[in-house]
Design a binder for this molecule. Structure first.
Ligand code: PNS
Length: 173
């Protein structure tokens, strides 16, 4: 059985992540989307919230499981007996960072963990969780960036309500 891990912060998951998840899930028998529990970062969504969001967003993909991990990815991958990590590449700017992580993981794991890259679909190549949070914090429209239920949760965090009656305009509470 071919299995892979898609690690990330997913704070929150975007359509770009979901595009990679869908495509990786069609290549592997099982894909574990695993959220890094990074105690040094202060995420917008708690780990528990991010797990729930990802479970809901991937509910239609039976071979996708959601999990979380702390510490090194190579240790988590070994504990799951998985030898492939998935990452998305949006643009050349991602490449240097991703190449460094992939090579570090390959060396650290003594060639036990390889990384496979999916190039993000063009329509999502501009998307990032950080920009989604920034846009939402100013009441901007994130409907093309994340699923509707995620957008509601993001706006909620910033105390912003969507006025759906007037074509999705955003108003401050
Ligand atoms: O979504 P992100 O924040 O770009 O994901 C980064 C992630 C989680 C893939 C990366 O930070 C990671 O794997 N962290 C775990 C710690 C680790 O293994 N570090 C060694 C590689 S440099």
């Amino acid at each position: 059985m071919k299995r892979a891990i898609y690690p990330g912060s997913f704070d929150p998951v975007t359509y770009g992540h979901l595009d990679v998840i869908r495509r990786a899930a069609s290549v592997f028998d099982e894909l574990i989307v695993s959220i890094l529990n990074n105690k040094e970062k202060k995420p917008l969504f708690s780990l528990e919230e991010r797990v729930k969001i990802l479970e809901r967003a991937t509910a239609d993909l039976p071979n996708v499981k959601v999990d979380s991990f702390s510490g090194l990815l190579i240790d988590y991958a070994a504990s799951q007996d998985i030898h492939v990590a998935i990452r998305g590449l949006r643009a050349i700017t991602d490449f240097e960072y991703e190449l460094q992580i992939a090579q570090t993981n390959r060396v650290l794991s003594k060639e036990d963990l390889d990384t496979m890259f999916f190039t993000t679909s063009l329509e999502y190549s501009y998307l990032s969780s950080s920009s989604v949070k920034e846009i939402a914090s100013f009441g901007g429209d994130i409907s093309k960036c994340v699923p509707d239920f995620v957008a509601d949760m993001v706006y909620d965090k910033f105390g912003i309500v969507r006025d759906t009656a007037s074509s999705g305009r955003i108003t401050n509470e």
